[in-house]
Design a protein around this ligand. Structure first.
Ligand code: ZN
Length: 122
């Protein structure tokens, strides 16, 4: 198993909220909750805020000692929430003109997301 898969499965297994943007996993520092990055090529991370650093095994150690991370902003999850809300609104509207406008907004959200997120994450 390569380091990248090991890292990703670690975050999934321990239900740590993360966002993967190759080659880094973005998550909250287990000490200070600052947003930090773990490089999946070597499993190493460091925090600019509290200066703690380590590797995947140190994280495993922290988890077993009971440190728990909180939510980070996940663009993909947020986009899905927006699209759900748009869908709900569309279902409440009977005017085809407004429905068409809502479809247009939905498209714009998708394009904006692709522009900012998917292009960067490769
Ligand atoms: Zn920190």
């Amino acid at each position: 198993m390569n380091i990248k898969l090991l890292c990703l499965s670690f975050f999934k297994e321990h239900k740590i909220n993360y966002y993967f943007r190759s080659p880094v996993i973005i998550f909250n520092c287990l000490y200070c909750k600052n947003e930090i990055k773990l490089n999946v090529e070597n499993g190493e991370w460091n925090c600019n805020n509290c200066s703690k650093k380590g590797n995947l095994f140190d994280l495993k150690d922290l988890i077993t000692k009971g440190y728990i991370s909180k939510m980070i902003y996940n663009p993909r999850k947020e986009k899905n929430k927006i699209k759900q809300a748009i869908k709900l609104i569309k279902n409440e509207i009977n005017d085809p003109k407004i429905q068409a406008k809502i479809d247009e907004i939905n498209q714009q959200v998708e394009l904006l997301f692709i522009y900012f997120v998917e292009k960067e994450s490769g």
